[in-house]
Design a protein around this ligand. Sequence first.
Ligand SMILES: *Cc1c(COP(=O)(O)O)cnc(C)c1O
Length: 468
Amino acid sequence: MRYVSTRGQAHALGFSDVLLAGLARDGGLFVPESWPQMSTQDVADLAGRPYADVAFEIVRPFIGGEIPDDELRRICVSTYASFRHEAVAPLVQLAPGRWIMELFHGPTFAFKDIAMQLLARLMDHVLAKRGSRATIVGATSGDTGAAAIEAFRGRNNVDVFILFPEGRISPIQRRQMTTAEADNVHAIAVSGTFDDCQAIVKELFGNIGFRERTALAGVNSINWARILGQIVYYFTAAVALGAPGRPIAFTVPTGNFGNVFAGYAAKRMGLPVAKLVVATNVNDILARTLETGEYRVGPVTATTSPSMDIQVSSNFERLLFEVYDRDGVAVAGLMDELKRTGGFVLSQGALERVRSDFEGGRADEAETAAELSAIYRGTGFLADPHTAVGLAVARRLAEPGVPMVGLATAHAAKFPEAVTAATGVNVGVPRQLAGIMDKPERFVTLANDRAAIEAHIVHNTRAIAEKV
Ligand SMILES: *Cc1c(COP(=O)(O)O)cnc(C)c1O
């Protein structure tokens, strides 16, 4: 299996190189050169099997033989052994034909663990085999940084540096990053905003000398392995509800388009997916694009579902590549127009193809709170605000006879204020989260200054053999 860039100008690479590279040299995102196919029988055979087994079957064809089967199987088993629920991604019924899939049973109580835990093990394995090390650098406004630190802490071949905006994330989110007891974890509070943090990370990746010297690697959702790890649960949910015998619909609270793109990948591999609902909060660039055909960046508004407060959905580029018949020049043109003018218009053919697989919708803050409350009153289930956005949008788009699965992307306890405001319920803090409130914190505070952060990374990473 080789991977090509969505912008058509970079060399095709194998899985291990794609895992470490993150972004392609031409600025594009890597996608598999073809979609592995599962027959109806292959899909049927997944029913009732342990999650790690299904993960092995789905992930295997994408590795292209670069990791031996017995090793890959061990990695899948170890990855999902770190989850608190035996089913890993259990289904809960809300009403006839309406389900949710709980994706928050990983160590940080958000769905990012499902792919990040796998990615970290795959990366450590590839680096060990090559006898090399890497430096992970990322910026976070909350969930991604915690998931990355939890996944990489204690791993031999990787040092992880996470930048977060000082004083601008919740105490729980900060403590999830600063209480990891591992020498290879470096949490950095930056005196600035999330955008400042992200800008510095971009500059670090743009500095070729620094990037090569520190063997810089990225783990944000443009890394193909993040998508790969998320394809699996679309299969486990669908077969549990009757696939391949009947099609299943999913509603996905969407920010960077990574999660819902994994659903699309499952469909391309042969899973009968009736529709994928792209659910956004008021930061609705994707819902607007589906409605009008115009992808246009607007201002970002803070909401109770902060992981979806995004106006540029990086992974949408992967879908553009597909609906433009894998024409990298066309995609590069659209991305260039986006950079110059803040938007672009999809061709009629491309828009029709997007609409044949996806439906979009948005839920504002009042609708999200009303949904949270309705779900709680109707079923006793406490949804988090991201999950509630997905459920609210799906209510308008469900079809009789087609099960609709809402992806529950975070545990309600991560967003207690919004959940309590909507339901009146005082959300308890799970034991595992409560523990971090008493642990000592370890982080440095640095100026909003690329050079200072660069120096800190150079000083602390083990990826550089000789230091001056
Ligand atoms: C990251 C995140 C999302 C958005 O997922 P994308 O893959 O970026 O679309 C939704 N909900 C929660 C809780 C998240 O952490």
